[in-house]
Structures are given as structure tokens and as C-alpha cells.
Design a protein around this ligand. Sequence first.
Ligand code: PAF
Length: 271
Amino acid sequence: MQRLALKLRGEGRRIAFVPTMGALHEGHMSLVDEAKRRGDFIVVSVFVNPTQFGPTEDFAKYPRTLDADAALCRERGAHCVFAPPSDGMYAADFSTFIEEGLCSKGLCGDHRPGHFRGVTTVVAMLFNIVQPHAAIFGAKDAQQCAVIRKMVSDLFMPVDIVVAPIVREKDGLALSSRNRYLPADLRAKAPSLYKALLAAKAAVDSGERDAALVKSAFERSLAQEPALRLQYFTLTDARTMEPLSKIRPGETLAAVAVNLGETRLIDNITL
Ligand code: PAF
């Protein structure tokens, strides 16, 4: 992959890259569409990265659907799927990690210790292998996007980071590879998460600026669906992920994680 990438760069081609863990859906395909606007050689990576999963998380059962993923990428116009084997990225004596120390604090950083260290490390490795001019990430993983932007800026990585909007089902549920874990009865309850985010947004749109009161509006709405067990709801600066007590419209991210049955869902909205 690296040899191919360097050859393409030598020929003046522009590489646009979509890093994924596979189990691809329309949300990922919207990233491929964005990649086509950003480059003329589109690479999608499919690698379920072990270092970003905690010991009790779903690494072993994470859906692996490489043939279907490759077919989707081909149909959508990607030129290359880079899918290293599960033991193909980390040498037995691998010992170098990248740790971002500001944006990775709080939110998922509190609930998934070591997660962002695994993400930044694998993304840096993938950037070195794929040599992209631009890389496209989904806004659903808002904290991941902030962490990666910060890593790229801190370490002078010559990659444009592009964040593409969340793609939702008609009922509002944000697309995610993990949605396929949800049995039908729980799937029917999942849209209440986005409804609660919209309740927070409605409070801000009607003039509320006190973060505690916006949080109450969110919690009142979420309480309508007790199956959604709140892990966190945080109002943060959208760029640094620092918690805010006063809403700054346009710059504030409302980010949430819940458990629904065995499945963890995250979502967010800019207020
Ligand atoms: O967002 C994901 O799918 C993963 O965290 C990423 C960026 C591909 C790194 O493994």
C-alpha cells in the first residue's frame, strides 16, 4: 500500500482516504462521496483495531464483513480497499504509541480508558502507510475528530482532515456499524436518543444559554424512554472538548453516550 501510495504521489495524483473498521453502511459511503470531492485516488481502509478496544469491549464480536465492504466500496467508486490482516499492523514487539492529552479528556475518554490512544496510534500508522493528502472522518465520532485534528496539528502531519456530517435513518437514529447489534424491540426505542438531543437544541434555539438548564431539557426528554441508560451527556466547546457552563451558539457540542441493551450508542449535535 505504501509503495503504491508513493508511486501515485510521484505521478501527481491526490489521495483521499477514508479510514474505517468495516461493517460499512451508508454513513461510510457518504465519506467516500466526500473523498471523491477531495482527491482522485480514493482509499478505504478496513481494520478492526485491537488497541482502541478495552478488555471488556466488543473487539471479538465486532462485525467483520470484508467481502460486502469491498463490494460497496467498488460500487461507490473507491479505487482501493486496504484491509491488512488482523495481525498485520502490530509487530509482536510493537512499542510506540501516540497519546493526545487535551481533546481526549472527558466524554468517551473517561468511559473508554486507552481508546483514543489506540485511535491516534492506528490513524498515524495508517497515514504513514496510505500517504493521504486528505482524510475523511464522520462527525458522529465528534471527539475522535477533535483528537485527530489536534494530533495532526501538534505533529505537523501533512494531511487535510475533513469532517463529514452525520447520516441518519429516517427516524433520526445516527448510522453506526453497532446498530446491527440491536434487536427489533430495542431498535424501535433508539430514536429517542436523537429526540432528546433535539430537545436540548430547541431549548438553545428558544434562548436558553445556561448549560445546566439545557442539560435538564435533554434529560427530561431522554427519561421518556427508560431503556436508554445514560452514560454521559456533556456540553463542550466543539473544538477543544472542554466543558462549558454557558452555551455559545454555533460553537457548542452536545455529546451523548447511552447503553441500550448490550449496545453502546453515541450521538451529538451542534447547538
Ligand atoms: O472511526 C473508526 O472507525 C475508527 O476509530 C478508525 C478511525 C478507523 C480508527 O480505527
